[in-house]
Design a protein around this ligand. Sequence first.
Ligand SMILES: Nc1ncnc2c1ncn2[C@@H]1O[C@H](COP(=O)(O)OP(=O)(O)O)[C@@H](O)[C@H]1O
Ligand SMILES: [Mg+2]
Ligand SMILES: [Zn+2]
Length: 276
Amino acid sequence: MLLKAENISRIYGASCGKCLDKTGASQNSSICPICKSIVAVKNVNLTLNRNQVLGIVGESGSGKSTLLKILYLIEQPTYGALYITQPESFKNKNIFSLNLIEQNLYRNVYTSIVHQRIENGLNFNFSAGANVSERIISSGQRNFEYIKNQVNNLLEKTEIPTSRGNDLPEKFSGGQQQRIQISKSLANSPFLLFLDEPTTGLDVSIQAKIIDLIKSLQDSYKFSIILVSHDLSVIKHLTDITVVMKNGEIVEKGLTDQILEDPQHPYTQLLVSSIL
Ligand SMILES: Nc1ncnc2c1ncn2[C@@H]1O[C@H](COP(=O)(O)OP(=O)(O)O)[C@@H](O)[C@H]1O
Ligand SMILES: [Mg+2]
Ligand SMILES: [Zn+2]
């Protein structure tokens, strides 16, 4: 096992103390009827193995991005704990309670994220290459030759011509910008990659190429992935196991093939039938 999330909840607003009981899939609402707080994530438990790809699927507003941001430590959980089994020094420690230096190591060295909004993932004032090198530097590298080679290597791997490394992100198409964001996310050689809606907003033909790219990168580097998508075809192509979220809660989890072929929860049945 690589990662374990225990009972994660996130309440936006001044909770009345009863929010968790009054919201969720069975209540069909994320809004507490007493205090109007939003329970974006409710009692989420997850485990992920090494080299495994986990999908989080659900409609817009079901809490997927909030959960992913909590797992990447850029959003605070209201309750819950998170454990990873590597590095050795992090074992059996709640990641949410680590000090800032250790949390920076988690974010900058061991894991990475591809944001849903490209503006959150790329610095538009830096060239494509500088976006990637900044990430290499923040993971602790200082050797200029190594950094330069690694930038070119990553741009090549994501099929961005290295001759365009000095161009600003705005000079690239949406699909290319996403490739640069993926390059950047791999620049620290993470063992765990978070992907938030990596194909949403791209042309359908480009979507398929980005899916292929992620698949081939994962095949060669063997990092684990937690991938958020509202799109079941992305989930189908990329993931081994899937959790289905509704109103902040996981309503179904299991092997992706099984969930798609034989969904158990009525909500999952609805999602699956809507793509047939
Ligand atoms: N910073 C925030 N402040 C208040 N409410 C938020 C915030 N971020 C997300 N939410 C709410 O939490 C719920 C889940 O949002 P989100 O995690 O973005 O869902 P998804 O990614 O599945 O579309 C939504 O109701 C959203 O409006
Ligand atoms: Mg989202
Ligand atoms: Zn409440």
